[in-house]
Design a binder for this molecule. Structure first.
Ligand code: CO
Length: 175
């Protein structure tokens, strides 16, 4: 089921998400709803808090570059991460990010180049993943959501002020 996305500056986006304790059907429904919502909105990643659920759950689906067809975001390619923890990070790299909770905004953000992350899948099985591609950036972006942080908080003061000004202008237009 497609759910509504929580949009900045909604205060829920600042919540620290809680650890998942039981890997039950409620969790599976949440993951399925997150997938439906991410696909409907055209995102490559989504944290549970973005649909208003403060649990340490995120999904990532990066379309394959060698895709023969337009849409390679199949459900099997979706990485589901429960209670993720960054164990190691190194290097730094700047890349452009966007977020379904801050629609239409794309900015360069600096993050670690390589990360090693421990997480649990929907059945509660532990996994460790190491990556230095765009997936590493996406994992850091989504894990930030679980800690109540948005990518726009990583912008320089000048860029952040410019963003806030434009965001307010846009909000006024909508009213
Ligand atoms: Co985001």
């Amino acid at each position: 089921m497609v759910r509504d996305i929580v949009i900045y500056p909604d205060k829920r986006l600042k919540l620290i998400s809680k650890k998942v304790e039981s890997f039950d059907s409620e969790l599976h429904t949440l993951l399925d709803d997150m997938y439906d919502t991410m696909m409907a909105k055209g995102g490559v990643g989504l944290a549970a808090i973005q649909i208003g659920v403060d649990k340490q759950v995120l999904i990532i689906n990066i379309p394959k570059e060698d895709a023969l067809e337009d849409n390679q975001q199949s459900k099997e390619n979706t990485l589901e991460m429960i209670n993720p923890t960054i164990l190691e990070s190194e290097g730094s790299e700047k890349s452009q990010e966007g977020c379904l909770s801050v629609p239409g905004v794309y900015e360069d953000v600096t993050r670690a180049k390589r990360v090693k992350v421990r997480y649990y899948d929907r059945d509660g099985v532990e996994h460790i993943i190491e990556d230095d591609s765009f997936l590493a950036i996406a994992m850091q972006h989504e894990i930030d959501h679980l800690n109540g942080k948005l990518f726009i908080e990583k912008l320089s003061i000048i860029k952040r002020k410019k963003f806030e000004k434009e965001w307010k202008k846009r909000a006024k237009k909508k009213k």
